[in-house]
Design a binder for this molecule. Structure first.
Ligand code: GDG
Length: 749
């Protein structure tokens, strides 16, 4: 539209200007012609009237004079006639103009003296009139008086106005015609072929290419089409080749690596790449408060830690809330960008939300309602009707965003976490053929706890549209099956671990999530310079260093950790000046009052305990209350002789696994809460109950004093477990299970 106007407007401007000038010229010449006619007519009439008036004036025959001027009363365009004597007294006047203004005596006198007739335009009431004054000559050319003829000129103006009207109508008609013709030409030659090409390419993207007939177009456009067709063909061939190679390689390798997962995805999903949906996006563009420049940040999020390596391996599209304050600057017209920035391994599609939507859906319902409901940490869940409405609305917004991306055949949608319980049904309603899985990254409570949620039925109904729901541990699966059994009319099959409602069966399976770990030859060497800088900066030389890495969240047991360290130093004073604990605490959900208060509580407690023990050379707790890049966190793991994970309740806890992976069986130890999902796998850690401060304090001593050989043995065992059960295996298990369900529908099977 804009382009058509750009093309049409200058042409229209030229045509309008040209026709206007022509109109002005034509109107002017018509006006001159009409005036000329009028003047000539006036002169002729005045001369003949003067001839008749001569006898009347000579004989001073007043009745005859009246008759003469009255004859003008009947004429159409002549307003009237006035007869003057030699002294410029009015002898007779046509009744129609009897009320005309006083005669301009000096003007009439001039006509009489110069003996020359004169004509002028004048105003008579509302009308413009033309008056012509003719001297009446007697014998010897002596003036006897004057005859004044008054003509109505209004017909002249209405003729000109009519002329203008006709010119304007022609102009408007012409403009409409030109615009219409331009649109038709634009549509035929440009829009339709382009639309055809866009739809063709769109269908190619969605996997319909095989069914399509070749695209035909001529000229320059045809050349473009031909190039696009070649790209499409190469892509199709490349995809098939990758898929065949992938099948072959899958038979050979047995440990799960990035490459093996990629092969699995290529072999099983073929061109139907993965669609992941989560609230948190893996890369956030924000303004750096220090430098004022733009930076790309990796958020502190277990979901991001786990899913990003999978997406890097498999490609596909990750749809998430665009939460960075300059995110909009980095997306294309479809709100997408290639990530990681500069590497472009997969597509990130950002969904925009208003502050009000984010507040209700994310801070409100998800994190003041569902998060405390699912974590048994004695923080009361808050359910507000308005938050629920926003939660529904945002699930709908995400559904639309996902649906517009899905390919025509066998799409795979992998939804992450408790922010999207309604999304599976919204997708399935419109795309029943889509395979939808939901992974629940946090614990699932028992039925009594879940039943307090006012929206329990809607949530369960939304989730059960999935083909598969995954939890970290079997215990959470069992809780979910129990919950459905108690709250809904459904058949729970405890042998198949599935729930059947009507025609629909949803499988509920445990998939313990993990990390990529970069094991074996791929393990990145620690950044020695950064490690040294950390040691020097915090005066760690010769010290026993423990680390904790968490989002500042009340479920992570940070307060209990500090209290346990306090008790440890109180109970075992020999460790004073020898032990340092570094807490990395990434700020999280700070708009929520509970989080805000909790952060202040952590700050205050650390300050109090440091004040209690520190002297000029030593401070027991170092608190880094900021978001650090993953590489720096790795350096802190390197520095730590111990890692403390003391969650009060945690779906899995990836920090525990990251620490074990980064230590590669070295002389180190992990202290791990028994209330984390990770404690089911990492049984060689020193397991603690974070609520028991005394036991916790003793566990710190026990971990420090454990013989080196024992530490190495345990760390090695745990390293093997994390290496084998890495995140690629987690993804492979999920995908294998999903594709097995849809066996008939998947092209490669
Ligand atoms: C949920 C569940 C489940 C920490 N500080 C920073 C930072 N981190 C990284 C850690 C780790 C991740 O964040 C945190 O992982 P967690 O597993 O502790 O989890 P949550 O965010 O609570 O995640 C949890 C997880 O989902 C996965 O399913 O394990 O149970 O609650 O990778 O290294 N990362 C960056 N800066 C930091 O300051 N970039």
């Amino acid at each position: 539209m804009k382009r058509v106007l750009l093309f049409v407007l200058p042409i229209l401007a030229i045509i309008v200007a040209g026709l206007t000038i022509l109109g002005i010229v034509q109107v002017r010449s018509v006006r001159e012609r009409l005036m000329d006619d009028l003047m000539r007519k006036a002169r002729t009439v005045a001369e003949s009237t003067a001839f008749s008036a001569r006898d009347i004036l000579e004989s001073n025959n007043l009745p005859e004079a009246s008759r003469l001027v009255d004859s003008f009363q009947r004429r159409e365009r002549t307003q009237g006639c006035i007869l003057y004597d030699r002294e410029i007294n009015v002898i007779a006047v046509t009744e129609r103009i009897a009320g005309w203004k006083e005669p301009n005596r000096s003007y009439l006198k001039l006509v009489l003296e110069t003996k020359t007739a004169r004509g002028d335009l004048e105003q008579f009431g509302e009308y413009p009139v033309y008056r012509y004054i003719q001297p009446v000559f007697g014998e010897n050319d002596n003036p006897l008086g004057l005859v004044e003829i008054v003509y109505d000129t209004s017909y002249l103006y209405s003729t000109l106005a009519e002329l203008w009207r006709r010119i304007s109508y022609t102009l408007i008609g012409l403009v409409c015609l030109i615009v219409l013709v331009s649109f038709v030409i634009e549509r035929q030659t440009y829009i339709l072929p382009l639309r055809h090409l866009t739809s063709w390419f769109g269908r190619f993207q969605k996997g319909e290419a095989d069914k399509l007939t070749p695209f035909s177009a001529k000229g320059e456009f045809g050349k473009l089409v031909s190039e696009v067709e070649q790209v499409a063909l190469s892509l199709r061939v490349a995809r098939r080749a990758v898929s065949d190679e992938a099948h072959a390689r899958l038979q050979m390798e047995d440990i799960w690596t990035e490459t093996k997962l990629r092969d699995l995805v290529n072999a099983r999903l073929r061109e139907n790449s993965l669609f992941v949906v989560s609230n948190r996006e893996p890369y956030i563009h924000t303004i750096d408060e220090g430098s004022g420049g733009v930076k790309c940040v990796r958020p502190a999020s277990g979901v991001v830690t786990a899913i990003d390596p999978i997406m890097r391996a498999c490609g596909g599209t990750w749809i998430a809330h665009g939460s960075g304050n300059v995110d909009r600057r980095f997306v294309n017209s479809k709100r997408k960008l290639g990530v990681p920035p500069g590497d472009d391994r997969y597509i990130l599609k950002r969904v925009w939300l208003t502050k009000e939507e984010e507040d209700g859906y994310y801070y409100g319902f998800s994190n003041e309602g569902l998060w405390p409901l699912c974590h048994i940490t004695h923080t009361r869940p808050i359910f507000r009707e308005n938050d629920w409405r926003m939660y529904e609305k945002v699930n709908r917004i995400f559904a639309e965003s996902v649906l517009e991306e899905l390919p025509v055949r066998n799409p795979f949608v992998f939804i992450q976490d408790y922010h999207f319980t309604l999304l599976p049904r919204m997708i399935k309603e419109r795309r029943p053929d889509a395979t939808v899985a939901l992974f629940w990254h946090i614990p699932w409570p028992n039925p009594e706890v879940f039943a307090i949620c006012p929206y329990r039925h809607e949530i369960l109904d939304g989730m059960l549209a999935c083909d598969l729901i995954g939890f970290h541990v079997q215990f959470h699966c069992n809780n979910f099956l129990d919950t459905v059994n108690r709250l809904l009319e459904a058949r729970v099959d405890m042998e198949r671990f599935s729930i059947v409602r009507g025609e629909k069966e949803t499988f509920i399976h445990a998939f313990p999530i993990s990390i990529d770990g970069h094991f074996g030859e791929n393990a990145p060497a620690p950044d020695i310079r950064q490690v040294e800088r950390i040691r020097t900066e915090h005066h760690l030389e010769g010290k026993i260093v423990a680390v904790g890495v968490d989002r500042v969240d009340y479920t992570k047991g940070i307060i209990e950790r500090i209290l346990a360290i306090d008790r440890f130093l109180e109970k075992y004073p020999d460790y004073r000046k020898r032990f340092v604990f570094i807490q990395i605490g990434a700020p999280s959900r700070t708009h929520i009052k509970r989080y805000h208060d909790f952060a202040a509580e952590v700050d205050e407690l650390i300050q109090r305990k440091n004040w209690k023990y520190s002297d000029e050379t030593w401070q027991p707790i170092i608190y880094l209350n900021r978001n650090l890049p993953p590489e720096e966190i790795r350096s802190y793991y390197e520095v730590g002789d111990l890692c403390i994970v003391s969650s009060l309740h945690d779906g899995m806890n990836l920090v525990a696994k990251e620490y074990v992976a980064s230590k590669r069986g070295a002389d180190a130890m992990l202290i791990l809460s028994q209330f984390t999902g990770a404690s089911r796998e990492l049984t060689d850690a020193v397991l603690i109950n974070p609520y028991s401060i005394e036991e916790f304090a003793d566990a710190i001593k026990y971990a420090i004093e454990m013989p080196t050989a024992e530490k190495r043995r345990r760390m090695k065992n745990m390293h093997t477990i994390v290496e084998e059960n890495n995140v690629y295996r987690w993804a492979a298990n999920t995908i294998t299970e999903l594709t097995a369900m849809k066996k008939g529908a998947i092209s490669s099977e």
